[in-house]
Every structure is written in structure tokens, then in C-alpha cells.
Design a binder for this molecule. Sequence first.
Ligand SMILES: [Zn+2]
Ligand SMILES: [Zn+2]
Length: 278
Amino acid sequence: MYLVDYHIHTNRSMDGRDALDEVCMAAVKNGIKEIAVTDHFEPIKKDPEYKEYDGKACFSDILKARKKFEGLLTIKFGVELGHPHLYPKQSEKIISQYPYDFVLASGHKMPGDMDFSQVDYTDSSLDKFFRLYLSNLKELVLWGKYDCIGHFDLIKRYAALQGVSIDLMLCFPEEVIEILKIIIELGKGIEINTSGLRQKSGACLPDYDIVKKYKDLGGTIITVGSDAHKASYVGEGILEGIQLAEAAGFKCLAVYDKRKPYYIPIEKIKRKNTKETA
Ligand SMILES: [Zn+2]
Ligand SMILES: [Zn+2]
């Protein structure tokens, strides 16, 4: 099988635990053939340049790991930009500065640095918050200088922690469809983030209904990533994520090289006992 994991954090992320070497060893052990390392660039009001992010060191890690794991693992250099539409100057500087293969854009915070974990999801004014979440996501996708949108319905993760289940597609279909259409018109993709499978929400971010709608509207670019923040999670849920893509009608997964998407047939990804690579 040619399994890929396109969303991984190392200890170059503030919330990542293990060094790239350990991440790569875990990937090989877990049968993953290609990874994209997507450490956080996460500007906030107090630190819009986000000086904690050391792109040079990240790239140097990648170059060393590519040599060490040559023939065993394909390692792509990525970044996960947190809410780049709120910090466009800083985010654009980062992506022009380093030779990324893959750029994920993710809405982690609302304007004003409000964290999704601070929201009371049992509150009756939630409807207003969801609309705000979706209008913020719309601004993010319109920014347009990314390859894929990370965990489209991330608030599902935090709501689940408070025992609330959220289905954006069911409650706000018009808004979700409008956002998906923008992503498609811009020629961009979405990821199936499998972290939800090992968390309380128990489902991928996004799940079948949004992935299927993206496909039905004409979307063609789908990646699958574990969002591992420690080595042992690398590759976790990837097979389930691939099954979800297939169920939604996708025949191929996207991988990236120097910001260009390439497509691997899912049939080839799942083929056993082969040394074939993409
Ligand atoms: Zn994220
Ligand atoms: Zn992430």
C-alpha cells in the first residue's frame, strides 16, 4: 500500500511533541510511504510575526530526514497557516520565504484571537457563533494562497468536548455550499482530517456529508491527514479517511510537490504487496 499522511506536526510546533526523526521512524513503522510535515505558523495579535516559527530550521530538518530515510519514506515540506486571512502580510511572507511543497490553511481562531475552546457550545446563542465561524471560514478560503483547507469543521472537535454534536452541513447548508464553491472555483482542495476519529467527536473533520458535497459540486482535490502531534499518532485513521474519500466518490488522493497537486489512484494506494510508488 502507498499510504500517505498529509498533516503532521513535530516539536517545531508549539504543541508538537516529537522530533522529525521520531516522526519519520513512526511513519515507516506504521506503513506510511509519504508524509507532509505541516508545523504551525500561528500568528496572534500580540505576536503577528510569530517568531516562534523557525522555517529555516524546519526545512533543514526536512533535508536531513530526506537523506536518512531515502528509499523508505517520501518527506514533503509543508506548513499549517493559522487564519492567514487575518495576518496576510506575515503569512504571505512565510510562504514566499521557504520552498514549501504543501500549504494548509486552517481557521484556528476567530478575529480577536478568540479560541474555539472558550466558546460555550451549550449556549442558546450558538447559532450566531456558527454563522460567525462560517463567515470567518469564508474570508479564509477567499484569501486563496493555500493548497488545501484544514479541518473544515474544526468547531465540531470543541463542541464534542462539551457533549454537543454539530453538523454544519445540516444546519447551514447554504453557507457551507457557498464556501465549498469558492474553494473549487479557486482550484483548491480540502483535507480529510482523521484526528476526530481518536477524539470525542468520533468522526473525520469534515465528515462524509461535506466531503460528498465538495465532490458533487465539482471538487477534485482531497488530501488525508492524521494531524498527529506526537509520533505514535502518525498514520492513525488514514485508512478510514481513504474509505471516506472513496465513499464520497473520489478515485484519487492528492499529494503535492512544490505546491503542485499530483493524483494517486486510491486503487493503487490500497494495492497490497507492491513496491510501486506514486
Ligand atoms: Zn489545525
Ligand atoms: Zn494541525
